[in-house]
Ligand binder design. Sequence first.
Ligand code: SF4
Length: 311
Amino acid sequence: MSAAMIDQAADASVSIKKSEKIAYENNKLHKRLCRLVGQAIGDFNMIEEGDKVMVCLSGGKDSYALLDILLTLRERAPIHFDIIAVNLDQKQPNFPEHVLPAYLTKLGVPFHIENQDTYSIVKRVIPEGKTTCSLCSRLRRGILYRVADELGATKIALGHHRDDILETFFLNMFFGGKLKGMPAKLQSDDGKHIVIRPLAYVKEEDTTRYAAVKQFPIIPCDLCGSQENLQRKQIKGMLREWDKKHPGRVDNAFAALSTVVPSHLMDSGLFNFADLAVDGVANPNGDIAFDEDPCSTPSVMPGIISLREAD
Ligand code: SF4
């Protein structure tokens, strides 16, 4: 065998190994998404026997990922539930209206496209240069609730992920003075629907990668010409920076959302401070007011051995 042929064979073997590695990583990603979505569905009892789940499909990476993973999980689920994909065509300029019907038809998923020109309403009502998102999303919400009624959907599934939830939490804290995030499951504000966010445990970087792997036909989200919310952009940047410089911090912040201690916050509506009285019963997990600042204890960060443990 000539030297050139040996080189060619070596190249071929390297490229086979590389594609095997990529396939392995992609499979791992798919499994992780299924596991996290399944876990969120279970933890919050999001989907029950006989449900008709209306999956809101915007054409963005997250909603495609949501639909894709729900379809996989439905095949494996011990219960029966139906899925219907819904897209609201808001008549934004250059919206490629053929993309979603073509994708969903190919997939064999029942779907409904709701045509409502909210774009013109928003443009007419909001003065030039002002943010249009709040009116636009209010209109969209109302329309989607009506469509859910008409379709007989029992659950409305949205594609918000872990990073959306954290961003909303910090936005509310920094700019709204509230400890309030984005719930994984909630009753709609008209009191008639249950809204679920099955991607609640999924990181945005995973939906981004998954969308690339699956080559979803993404529809750009800036067709309306609206500027991105600057405060959200700021929070996004902050979280990205934390993740880079302080591995584990964002994970801990997310974990904190489900580990709330009302007696150690200051909301009298959540904890009855007024009637607090001694009951003579010791609580080993109770007050640590005289201990060191818990934030300075290294054991709160996973993967780092606590000084106390090391002693
Ligand atoms: S970015 Fe555009 S389409 Fe999206 S909520 Fe804002 S105004 Fe509406």
